[in-house]
Design a protein around this ligand. Structure first.
Ligand SMILES: *[C@@H]1O[C@H](CO)[C@@H](O)[C@H](O)[C@H]1NC(C)=O
Ligand SMILES: *[C@@H]1O[C@H](CO)[C@@H](O)[C@H](O)[C@H]1NC(C)=O
Ligand SMILES: *[C@@H]1O[C@H](CO)[C@@H](O)[C@H](O)[C@H]1NC(C)=O
Ligand SMILES: CC(=O)N[C@H]1CO[C@H](CO)[C@@H](O)[C@@H]1O
Ligand SMILES: [Zn+2]
Length: 503
């Protein structure tokens, strides 16, 4: 008897091996969510913390801690289920050598360079520009050959620079509109319809105010310098695409892998990285109708460089296959809120709103609502890795749990936690470590990702796809900062029946 019972299963399994491989069941939201465990999120956070600890306390791109992060992500991805690719690219950084502003020979002590400014020193008369310098008519003909002094605010630095240059200014000084410090970035001249920028630097609010008063409508001789050298370093994105599912209908899901230099970045944005690993693992038990592509972007901290590299190098016919981009960053803030990108611009005016982005927003609102949780709208301002996708016409959406912003009393009523305190007091600091995370919020955020992956991995019925002609949005049309429209109601949602979802 013993012998025969041993033989029968052996034969049975031999038969199974010979048969066609069983097709995994089609993914379902509740099943995918059920296999996600808080304990696994914690285990990954521990691993990521260990990588930071072993590499001088951070995982900034270009450092060994970041390369180790990439290897670690790949070790968690099933190569039978996914095609895994590293997309290498070089990043050229400006290292400032001499950044200065002087007036009548006196140098200001607190001057910041503008990343993207040409290399050089300009000496000329300084003229103060009225208003914010965001429209061509702000620049008088007399600015030609002079250094324009412009107030920060109302539009991007790149637009101010392009308009001043177009009016013939030889250089630009921007003065801050608040007392905090800032490292400004111009972006690319082409985004503002010009061939090149003019030499520019950034001064404090106090220095700017004093200079404007001193100049009045007249001019004084001065100098603006932005002298730098360049350093080229290599980094990489990771892309893992399901082998199954329609490769012409790709659901792109992304988070960034780098931290700031100041700390380990376990919430920012280790949490998005970890959530993606766990959802990508869970998905391997199921089949999908539409391909899912998980992306781990590099160098978000330096201006969304990894994701923008990807989208800007994507051939048009490949871009046409991407149905949507879902972005997850900071999914475990200790004093969290559940904020969903306002894809329909019902709360925050946004040039990016489309029907597709509105549908994605609704998917997330419905998830939190069905889970008995509140959610609020988050500005759809293109300040994370989904920006590059919006620029090539791909609808986007996602969830965000708060960074350095301060929780309001209204938000504390909706989400608990402490009003008057930052959502993440450790944002961009050394204390953004394993202990910084709210693991309850983290598992909820991870499940919101799983829900969207399952829903769109099954079907995109009703979603506007294939897209009509891609709607390309120039960055210049983006105002800074995004201010919510108070006349519109905040769509804070009280969670459906108040009953938590089973998984
Ligand atoms: C990065 O730059 C180095 C040196 O400048 C070059 O050898 C390498 O091919 C570049 N790699 C990529 C992916 O562009
Ligand atoms: C910028 O100019 C300085 C001298 O004016 C020069 O030493 C430096 O190499 C230049 N940087 C670049 C990136 O060309
Ligand atoms: C967006 O949706 C509205 C209402 O459903 C519809 O009338 C409109 O045609 C759609 N726009 C596009 C560009 O599909
Ligand atoms: C959505 C979001 O807040 N993403 C954050 C990820 O991390 C970077 C840098 O730390 C922040 O600038 C982003 O805002
Ligand atoms: Zn909305």
């Amino acid at each position: 008897m013993k012998v025969s019972t041993l033989i029968v299963p052996a034969l049975a399994s031999a038969t199974l091996v010979a048969a066609a491989p069983a097709v995994a069941p089609l993914v379902e939201s509740n099943k995918l969510r059920r296999v996600l465990l808080r304990s696994e999120l914690k285990a990954r956070a521990q691993e990521l913390q260990a990588i930071a600890t072993a590499n001088g306390g951070n995982r900034a791109w270009g450092t060994p801690g970041h390369w180790d992060t990439l290897t670690w992500i790949e070790s968690h991805i099933d190569k039978d289920y996914y095609n895994v690719e590293r997309q290498y690219f070089n990043i050229t950084r400006q290292i400032f050598d001499d950044v200065s502003v002087s007036v009548q020979g006196t140098r200001f002590t607190n001057v910041n360079g503008m990343t993207g400014s040409p290399n050089g020193t300009v000496s000329a008369d300084i003229l103060a520009i009225p208003n914010f310098g965001c429209v061509a008519s702000d620049y008088p003909a007399s600015v030609a050959g002079k250094i324009a002094l412009v107030h920060r605010g109302s539009c991007n630095f790149g637009l101010k620079n392009a308009l001043a240059g177009t009016a013939g200014a030889a250089g630009l000084i921007v003065w801050n509109n608040d007392p905090t410090s800032l490292q400004p970035t111009l972006g690319a001249p082409a985004d503002y319809g010009v061939e090149k920028f003019i030499v520019s630097a950034f001064i404090t609010q106090a220095d700017g105010q004093a200079l404007v008063t001193k100049l009045g409508t007249g001019t004084l001789p001065g100098t603006v310098a932005n002298v730098f050298h360049e350093e080229v370093s290599l980094t990489a994105n990771i892309l893992a695409t399901t082998k199954g599912g329609d490769q012409n209908q790709i659901i792109s899901v992304g988070a960034h892998t780098d931290s700031v230099k100041a700390g380990p970045g376990i919430n920012d944005n280790g949490s998005g990285t970890i959530a993606q690993i766990e959802v990508a693992k869970a998905l391997t038990k199921y089949s999908v109708n539409n391909a899912i592509q998980f992306s781990w972007w590099s160098a978000e901290e330096d201006g969304l460089l990894g994701s923008r590299y990807y989208t800007s190098h994507l051939p048009e016919e490949e871009a046409a296959k991407i149905v949507m981009n879902l972005n997850f960053d900071m999914l475990a803030s200790p004093n969290y809120l559940y904020a969903i990108y306002d894809g329909d611009a019902s709360v925050f005016p946004s040039p990016y709103a489309t029907n597709g982005s509105a549908l994605i927003e609704k998917t997330f609102i419905d998830f939190f609502s069905a889970d008995g949780k509140n959610s609020v709208a988050s500005a759809f301002d293109g300040r994370s890795d989904y920006q590059g996708f919006l620029q090539i016409g791909v609808p986007a959406g996602g969830v965000f749990m708060g960074a350095e912003g301060i929780k309001t009393a209204e938000e504390a009523a909706l989400f608990g936690g402490k009003a008057g305190k930052p959502y993440d007091a450790c944002y961009h600091q050394a204390c953004d470590n394993f202990d910084n995370l709210d693991y309850g919020a983290f598992i909820t955020g991870t499940k919101s990702m799983a829900d969207a992956v399952a829903k769109y991995g099954r079907s995109i019925a009703g979603f506007p796809f294939p897209r009509p002609a891609a709607k390309v949005i120039p960055r210049a049309s983006l105002a800074e900062p995004m201010v919510p429209n108070p006349s519109l109601t905040k769509h804070a949602r009280h969670g459906g029946c108040g009953k938590a979802l089973e998984a």
